[in-house]
Structure formats: structure tokens, C-alpha cells
Ligand binder design. Structure first.
Ligand code: FAD
Length: 404
């Protein structure tokens, strides 16, 4: 080998930055991260990291939990709330997405982070990948990792002619979120919902409402999600009181938190609802020297709060695969191994996420809004996210890399 393996990461969200941290520790790898926006930033909503996501992150960054807890305060993973069902308090972490990204960025050398570099096209030869940027520059890499989000252009390159068939599509819900000061949320929703530091999910007919404490008990993330039977193609819509009330079935009026949640959610400048989209299928995560990770590979609905966790698992596996190869000729095998272990895992979580949404909104024909049935079914869907033996997953990837 003549020099380090040159890897370009496209996209500086949680997936791209976590992967960069996992790769940069290998001295035989040169990593550069390119973010299309003028800065590395995240929308200011909350993000939940499950115990499994934290475990994967700890493998990448041994001090991760301490580092994040000082930014996030105690939190909890996804649980269903008092109305219907309770999956228990987990030892996860809920924090602001922007804080998570900034904490991760602080662990990377500044000179590998390039903002304002939007990728416009990729071209592969046998020995390298040429990446063209909007500013007219072109850079060559030995390998490229696409972490450019749900509408990824790297994904189109990887999948090729079939990309449109496997593009992200509406999952059947839209949601509106707001981060609210703790005391304001407590006044609106009542003391009962704040006795335990946890996320509450209120399940019901055609909608679900969630609230959880973040940012050292200073803020509360509030979410209202409603069924979108039309699966309209608009990603973003302005939300008025009338639109929200029309979307919420009348049965919600009698619930203990619905009115308070509606007031909290609407008390923001320019309220917007976001349609939940997902990848229903993906034929490959890798094409020779290019692979995709994070939402570019496996965008999922937010019902299980799993998207960021999956991105961190991707980084964990990529980091170990990169550590196991020493030359550019092994890149294809490493990416094929990544595809072999990550694709089934992530599709299972995407499918479980959709099922969870149906359960949360009373759309499952068998469970309906029956608490006992819901508890059982939700236990099953959440198990898909949490029950991954990380060490075994890693061994499978390393084994596949040798065989590929
Ligand atoms: P993104 O965050 O979309 O980042 C992609 C980056 O690529 C962006 O910065 C973009 O500017 C850049 N980019 C795009 N195109 C180009 C280009 N051509 N050239 C260069 N750069 C480009 N997950 C959880 O686990 N738990 C939660 O509680 C949770 N809550 C969420 C709440 C909200 C409101 C949202 C939107 C998502 C939530 N998720 C949650 C999902 C999770 O945040 C994502 O799955 C995770 O952040 C992975 O994102 P990513 O880095 O793959 O993509």
C-alpha cells in the first residue's frame, strides 16, 4: 500500500459525523467530510438514543455516555404512556439533535470538515471515485460513503436504474413537533406527567401524542402525530388550529393531555407539519467503492426513535470493517460485507417502525386500542430495534468481509 485509504463522506449529519469518528481513529485511513449546507447543523428537535445505540456509540467513543449525559441530562427511551400501555423506563438518552451533532463534531479535527460543499455527481472507475461539487471542484477518493440523508443523490448512484422504484415514499402519518420550556409544559399538561423522567406516549384513535424531557430537564419535546390516509406527497405543510383539530378524531377531546398538547404545539412561529417518509425497500447499500449509510440507506418513520441509532450502528460496523482492511483493493469486499449485515437489520427496523405507528394510532386490526394486546404487540415491535447482539453483528460483518 502506498498511502492511506482516501475516504470521502458526503453529508455531515449524525450518520456522516459518527462514521467519520469511527474511521478517523485508523491511521491507514484518510477521511474528509463534505456538507452541502453552509454549516454543520441539525434541526432543533429532540432525538432519542436507545441503550443499544449508546452501546454502539461507546464502542466508537469510549467516553460517549459521559460526554452526552452532560449535554442531555437524564432521559428515557421510547415508551408508550399511561393511556394505553407501558413498556417500562429504559436507560436511553434523549437530547436535542443539534447538541448531539455538535458534541460529535467536537471530537473531529476541524481540517477534515468541509461545509458549503454540495456534491453534484459521482463517477466510479476501477481504482477510484471522482466526486464533483457544485462549486466546480472535483476530488478523487478511493471510496465514498453517502450519508446525504433521505433524498440522497449517492443512493441514486448506488442503486442506478432502479433508484426511482426504491425512492423514499410517504408512510401514512404526518407529525408536528415543538420544544417547550419545562415549566410551561408542566403547567399545560399537569404534574402527573412529570413525576418520572421518561417519554410519555398517549395512544389513541387515528393519532398519538408524545412528550419527553430533554436538555437537563429544561425543555420538553412535544409531538403530535396523525394518520395521513391520503399519503400526500407534500413533505412539509403549514399547520393551523383548524387543520390540527380536523386531523384529530373527536375521541381525543376527552383525553387528559390532548388540549394542553395542542396549545403547546401551536404556540410557535409558523407551525409546520412534516410527513413521515421511509424507504420501503432498498436492493443494495453498496456499489463497488461507494456505499450509503444513515437515512440515505434506511430512512424510517420516527415511531421507534430508531433513525439516529441505526446511523450509529452503521458507523460502528464501518469502523470495524475499515480496521480490518489495509489496502484499497479490499474496499469492495468491506462494503459488500456492510451491505450483507446492515441491510436486513435496517429493513427489519423500518418495517417494525411502520407497524409501531399503526399500533400507536389504533390502526392495527387485531390490537385496536386494547391495552393488553397493544402492550404485547408493542413489546414485539420494539424488540426488533433493541435486540441486536452488537458483538455478534460485528463478527458477522468481519466474517462476511473475508468471504466477499
Ligand atoms: P441527515 O440528518 O438528513 O443528514 C444528511 C446531511 O447531508 C445533511 O446535513 C444535508 O445537508 C447533507 N447533504 C444532503 N445532500 C448533500 C449533498 N449533495 N452534498 C453534501 N451534503 C449533502 N432518530 C432517532 O434515533 N431518535 C429520534 O428520536 C429521532 N427523532 C427525529 C426527529 C426529527 C424531527 C427528525 C427529522 C429525525 C429524527 N430521527 C430520530 C431520525 C434521525 O435524526 C436520523 O435518522 C439521523 O439523524 C440520521 O440522519 P443522517 O445523518 O443520515 O441524515
Amino acid at each position: 500500500m502506498t498511502g492511506p485509504i482516501r475516504i470521502g463522506i458526503i453529508g455531515g449529519g449524525i450518520a456522516g459525523v459518527a462514521a467519520a469518528i469511527a474511521l478517523v481513529k485508523h491511521s491507514h485511513v484518510d477521511v474528509q467530510v463534505y456538507e452541502g449546507a453552509s454549516q454543520f447543523t441539525e434541526r432543533g428537535a429532540g432525538v432519542g438514543l436507545s441503550p443499544l445505540a449508546l452501546k454502539a456509540l461507546k464502542d466508537i467513543i469510549p467516553l460517549a455516555t459521559d460526554l452526552l449525559r452532560t449535554r442531555a441530562g437524564a432521559g428515557s427511551g421510547p415508551q408508550a404512556g399511561a393511556l394505553i400501555s407501558d413498556l417500562g423506563v429504559s436507560a436511553g438518552l434523549t437530547m436535542n439533535r443539534a447538541s448531539l451533532l455538535q458534541t460529535l463534531l467536537s471530537l473531529l479535527p476541524r481540517d477534515i470538515l468541509h461545509a458549503g460543499k454540495r456534491v453534484t455527481s459521482l463517477e466510479q472507475t476501477e481504482s477510484e471515485v471522482r466526486v464533483a461539487f457544485e462549486d466546480g471542484t472535483v476530488t478523487q477518493f478511493d471510496a465514498v460513503i453517502g450519508a446525504d440523508g433521505i433524498f440522497s443523490s449517492v443512493r441514486n448512484h448506488v442503486i442506478g436504474d432502479e433508484a426511482q422504484k426504491h425512492a423514499a415514499s410517504p408512510a401514512g402519518w404526518w407529525d408536528i413537533r415543538h420544544l417547550v420550556p419545562f415549566e410551561k409544559a408542566r403547567a399545560a399538561l399537569g404534574d402527573e406527567s412529570f413525576k418520572v423522567d421518561r417519554q410519555y406516549a398517549w395512544l389513541g384513535d387515528g393519532a398519538a401524542m408524545l412528550h419527553g424531557i430533554v436538555e437537563n430537564r429544561t425543555m420538553v419535546q412535544c409531538i403530535i402525530a396523525v394518520v395521513d390516509n391520503n399519503c400526500s406527497a407534500d413533505r412539509k405543510r403549514p399547520v393551523t388550529r383548524q387543520l390540527l383539530m380536523d386531523a384529530l378524531p373527536a375521541s381525543w377531546d376527552e383525553g387528559p393531555v390532548a388540549r394542553g398538547m395542542v396549545e403547546l404545539i401551536l404556540d410557535q412561529d409558523d407551525p409546520k407539519g412534516y410527513a413521515e417518509w421511509e424507504h420501503k425497500s432498498t436492493p443494495m447499500y453498496a456499489n463497488n467503492r461507494v456505499c450509503i449509510i444513515g437515512d440515505a440507506a434506511h430512512a424510517t418513520t420516527p415511531w421507534q426513535g430508531a433513525g439516529a441509532g441505526l446511523a450509529i450502528e452503521d458507523a460502528f460496523i464501518l469502523g470495524h470493517l475499515a480496521g480490518s482492511i489495509s489496502s484499497t483493493v479490499e474496499i469492495n469486499a468491506a462494503f459488500r460485507a456492510f451491505d450483507a449485515v446492515r441491510r436486513p437489520r435496517c429493513q427489519e427496523v423500518i418495517d417494525a417502525g411502520r407497524e409501531t405507528g399503526r399500533l400507536f394510532c389504533g390502526q392495527d386490526e387485531y390490537a385496536g386500542l386494547n391495552p393488553e394486546k397493544l402492550n404485547k404487540a408493542l413489546g414485539r415491535t420494539f424488540a426488533h430495534v433493541g435486540d441486536l447482539a452488537l458483538a455478534l453483528h460485528k463478527e458477522e460483518a468481519l466474517g462476511a468481509c473475508v468471504r466477499c
